[in-house]
Design a protein around this ligand. Sequence first.
Ligand SMILES: Nc1nc2c(c(=O)[nH]1)N=C([C@H](O)[C@H](O)COP(=O)(O)OP(=O)(O)OP(=O)(O)O)CN2
Ligand SMILES: [Zn+2]
Length: 117
Amino acid sequence: MYYVKKTIEISASHQLRLDYESKCENLHGHNWIITVYCRARDLDRNGMVYDFSKLKKAVTDRLDHRNLNEVLPFNPTAENIAHWIVQSIPECYRADVQESRNNLATYVKDDDDAEGE
Ligand SMILES: Nc1nc2c(c(=O)[nH]1)N=C([C@H](O)[C@H](O)COP(=O)(O)OP(=O)(O)OP(=O)(O)O)CN2
Ligand SMILES: [Zn+2]
């Protein structure tokens, strides 16, 4: 199995919809660090699991310099964003979404989800 990992930095705002009072319900921004992990049993005809440039583009085109509430159809928590990235990129099995130095969420595809790879 081959593995690649790409780290991408984006700037984006969000506000969380929560069932308790929180400052995070106010619109605010982060310089997010997103790490995308991909794997493939075989390389493509270019000798790659997934082109690093294309991985960056897949994330930045959709999220960079955006209000995440406007471009994502779910509550934009770090966990939900990590899950969305894994679902959006077929070769991706894990995503780390870091809001700040202190806050990081990871989603890892279940083995059950990986059937048919
Ligand atoms: N499990 C999650 N908890 C929180 C999320 C999240 O996505 N998943 N997001 C937020 C907010 O986006 C907020 O920006 C971060 O809040 P907080 O940790 O309180 O930020 P601080 O800068 O005050 O915390 P430091 O510890 O000083 O970095 C909230 N929770
Ligand atoms: Zn936030």
